[in-house]
Design a protein around this ligand. Structure first.
Ligand code: C2E
Ligand code: MG
Ligand code: MG
Ligand code: MG
Length: 284
């Protein structure tokens, strides 16, 4: 029935596909302007020590508040930015912002930044990150770069050099979304990861059956042996927190503790837990 310009294209025409494509093109065009228009910001989600309950780090997560489209999730626009190459500029901006925020926090709190494959392979990538740290006056050991297995799939020399150079400077690395990819163990062996982030999909299954729990326990034991830390992602309930703690996770992240918050709130969470602020002093 649907005819386009009178020609019978009904069988080829899927309106939802066109809508998706139009939206993608819009995002592509508007993303270029989003930074200048001040529509992007970096939010910070606490990563908590499961023993003491103290905040050890924050993960920087980019947010886009579009004047007409509302809040856009990174899962929607990061892939577009990767496709167009805009992720390089955007990624540099994110790292700089995250480093600047972290420089305001106590010395033992680190900031974790997600990296896209393209960012790692850009010429001068490692140097760019070190420059951003210097400008923000953030010591390299307070930055942790989160990368997923997909980045490592091609075993490229560039990735190896990138990680070696930054690692020598003191920057840390975390293997993100662990368990969703491929031959993870070889990556752990080959690259200088100090931390493994167990994917949310295992955490959400942790109370349902014994299997997810057993997997988390096995990964925890391996991490302990290799002197690595293990973070459980996506903790939403106290039951999940208890289960992953019992399974050997030392760090946790998720809505149970806090969602990602703007930098002033991250600073307040830290101040609150460090100083146990007297409310009168806080106001005065
Ligand atoms: P990720 O690096 O695995 O980040 C964790 C995601 O899980 C975040 O989604 C976070 O908000 C969400 N999350 C945290 N706790 C919970 C929970 O308890 N329950 C549920 N359901 N979700 C939780 P977000 O911010 O939407 O980011 C999605 C992905 O987009 C990230 O996954 C990361 O791969 C990418 N991303 C986000 N920010 C950046 C960035 O600045 N640069 C790059 N290259 N990628 C980014
Ligand atoms: Mg991450
Ligand atoms: Mg993750
Ligand atoms: Mg992810």
């Amino acid at each position: 029935h649907a005819k386009v310009n009178g020609r019978n294209q009904a069988s080829f025409f899927d309106p939802s596909m066109t809508r998706d494509l139009v939206r993608r093109r819009e995002i592509e065009a508007e993303l270029r302007l989003a930074v200048q228009r001040d529509e992007l910001s970096i939010f910070f989600q606490p990563i908590v020590d499961l023993k003491s309950g103290k905040i050890r780090a924050f993960e920087a997560l980019v947010r886009w508040f579009h004047p007409e489209k509302g809040e856009l999730r990174p899962d929607e626009f990061i892939p577009v930015a990767e496709e167009t190459g805009a992720i390089i500029t955007l990624g540099n901006w994110i790292t700089a912002q995250a480093a600047r925020a972290a420089a305001q926090w106590p010395d033992d709190v680190t900031v974790a930044v997600n990296l896209s494959p393209l960012q790692i392979k850009a010429p001068g990538a490692a140097l760019g990150i070190l420059n951003a740290l210097r400008e923000a006056r953030l010591p390299p050991h307070r930055l942790e770069l989160e990368i997923t297995e997909t980045v490592l799939l091609d075993h490229s020399k560039q990735t190896e050099d990138f990680m070696a150079e930054l690692s020598a400077a003191g920057v840390r690395f975390a293997l993100d979304d662990f368990g969703t990819g491929y031959s993870s163990l070889s990556y752990i062996n080959k690259y200088p990861f100090g931390k493994i982030k167990v994917d949310r999909s295992f955490v959400s299954g942790v109370n349902a059956g014994k299997k997810s729990e057993a997997i988390i326990r096995a990964v925890s034991e391996m991490a302990l042996t290799l002197d690595m830390q293990i973070v459980a992602e996506g903790l939403e309930t106290i039951e999940q927190v208890d289960a992953v703690r019992k399974a050997g996770c030392t760090l946790g992240q998720g809505y149970y503790f806090s969602r990602a918050v703007p930098d002033y709130l991250a600073g307040m969470l830290l101040a609150q837990e460090r100083e146990k602020l007297n409310p009168m002093q806080a106001i005065g």
